[in-house]
Design a protein around this ligand. Structure first.
Ligand code: SF4
Ligand code: SF4
Length: 149
């Protein structure tokens, strides 16, 4: 099978964000059928000075080789996927992720992450989030450069 070349990732426009956290609530619906947001959301928005910062998986997939049981892999659409049926809840990927985007909640032992479903994009009343298609090789290069590898 050909490897996927592109993947959709979330882009954030902080100047449009008002901190209503509709995105977090939408995401926790996707993952936990709950509108709590917060620890049950794969996307997190935090105030930073007079603005906001977004923290979410960028689908670089550096964690894929860390999983001891092969529960992490890249799907045909490029998304890095965590298979809950295979995962043993060791939390290695949670500790490893350089941007803290592999999340854990008190609700279950298996971590969770952004799957680029777009529910948060649709939930934002201000258009502060967008799914954009990027080249997978390019996003990997950026992170290796930053880490000096
Ligand atoms: S928590 Fe699950 S997905 Fe993450 S490294 Fe451990 S077994 Fe793999
Ligand atoms: S795209 Fe889906 S999984 Fe990713 S942060 Fe938004 S709602 Fe959550």
């Amino acid at each position: 099978m050909d490897k996927p070349k592109t993947v959709k990732i979330l882009k954030f426009y902080p100047e449009k964000c008002e901190g209503g956290l509709g995105c977090e609530k939408a995401c926790s619906q996707v993952h936990f059928k709950s509108d709590e947001g917060g620890d049950k959301s794969a996307i997190r928005i935090f105030k930073s000075g007079n603005s906001y910062k977004m923290y979410v998986c960028n689908q670089r997939g550096l964690c894929i080789d860390i999983c001891p049981v092969g529960a992490l892999y890249r799907r045909k659409n490029g998304i890095v996927w965590l298979d809950k049926e295979i995962c043993i809840g060791c939390q290695s990927c949670v500790g490893f992720c350089p941007i803290g985007a592999m999340r854990k909640s008190s609700a279950r032992i298996e971590p969770f992450k952004c799957i680029s479903c777009g529910a948060c994009v649709r939930a934002c009343p201000n258009g502060a989030l967008e799914l954009v298609e990027v080249n997978i090789d390019n996003i990997k290069e950026v992170v290796y450069h930053k880490q000096g590898v």
